[in-house]
Design a protein around this ligand. Structure first.
Ligand SMILES: [Zn+2]
Length: 136
């Protein structure tokens, strides 16, 4: 798929490039443990200025989604699913992403999903989500 890549600011390097190890990385407040996303210079919960780093399970739930049918740029493959995924670790830790490896018409709100990374130019690891594999 042809993608328009993000311009990565200094405070977003952790998010866009941390996926090299297969995990989602976020800043985390050292004082109250709140996971901060999108990146901010202070914790939005307690205004603590000391932010550390944490990784999460990469598992979450589809909070809402829409299906895009419009090829906005040449070579864009449609349809595809644009979703907001709420991660397990914190209800307001939500990512705007794509749901992949499933036909768009099968995606449902509440569906359990897990992260997969698409490796792009400039060492950007785009976090996408696919249906969670059910273990038997
Ligand atoms: Zn805090």
């Amino acid at each position: 798929m042809t993608r328009t890549l993000p311009v990565v600011n200094e405070d977003e390097v952790l998010f866009w490039k941390g996926g090299a190890d297969g995990k989602l990385h976020f800043p985390q407040c050292r004082q109250c443990q709140y996971i901060v996303h999108p990146p901010a210079p202070v914790c939005p919960q307690c205004y603590g200025r000391e932010l550390g780093e944490t990784t999460v399970s990469g598992e979450g739930t589809v909070a809402t989604f829409t299906i895009n049918y419009q090829p906005w740029v040449p070579d864009m493959q449609v349809p595809f699913t644009i979703a907001i995924v709420a991660l397990n670790e914190q209800d307001d830790l939500r990512l705007m992403t794509n749901i992949v490896n499933i036909p768009p018409e099968k995606v449902e709100i509440g569906m359990r999903v897990s992260v997969v990374f698409e490796v792009c130019d400039e060492d950007i690891y785009l976090p996408l989500f696919e249906p969670m594999k059910v273990s038997v």
